[in-house]
Design a protein around this ligand. Sequence first.
Ligand code: CA
Length: 228
Amino acid sequence: MKTLLVEDEKRIADFVCAGLREQGFSVDHCDNGNEGYERAAAGSYDVIVLDIMLPGRDGLSVLKGLRRAGNATPVILLTARNELDDRIEGLNLGADDYLAKPFFVEELVARIHALVRRISGERQNVLAVGGLRLDRITREVAWQGQTVDLTGREFNLVEYLMRAPGRVFTRTQILEHVWGYDFDPSTNIVDVCIQRIRKKIGVDRDGESPIEAVRGVGYRFRKLKADA
Ligand code: CA
C-alpha cells in the first residue's frame, strides 16, 4: 500500500511512519502543504494521510486542489480534537475519512484498510489466482495448498501484481508502489526481490512460475484461462 503522509509535527510523523511501515506500507512523508500537494498530485498513491494545520498550504487547501484537479486518491484527514468545522468542511471538500488527534496508529491502519477496501470495491480479503492464494488480513500466502513464507515487502509486491493478473507492470511502477520514492530507479532491487519470490513460490506442473518476466518491460502475474 503506497501512502503519502503530510504532517509537520515530527513526533507524530515519526510514529505514524514507523507504524505504517511495520504493517508493510510504503510511506512517503513531507512536512508542509506545498510539497504535500506536489507529491500528491504527481504520485500514484493508494491513500493520503493529510494533516489540516500545516506550514504552506493547509490540508484543506491541498484537498480542495486535488479534488478540483480530478485527483480522487482516498484522503484521511488528521484533525485536532476541537476542529469540528474543519472536519465538516473536509468531508464536504471530498475527504474520505478523518481521525482526531491523538490517535493510535493501529486505528489509522484499520481506517486505511477499510477505506481502501471500500474505495476500490475490493471487499474480498482473499485474492486467489491460478493456484496462488493470498489473504490480505492474515497476510498468509499459499501456492497450490502449500504455505509460502514471504516477507512484508515480498507480500506487497505479489499483492500488487495480483490485483491485475495479465497486466504488465514496469519496474518503476513496482518500485514506486512497493518501495516508495526513496530508491534510485536504476536499482535492480525489483528484479532481485522478484527472483526471491519466484524461488520461494516455485513452479506449477508445467514448470511455470505464476510471476512472469516480460522482456524489456517488467513483470506480470500470469493470467490463466480459468481466471478470465
Ligand atoms: Ca500540524
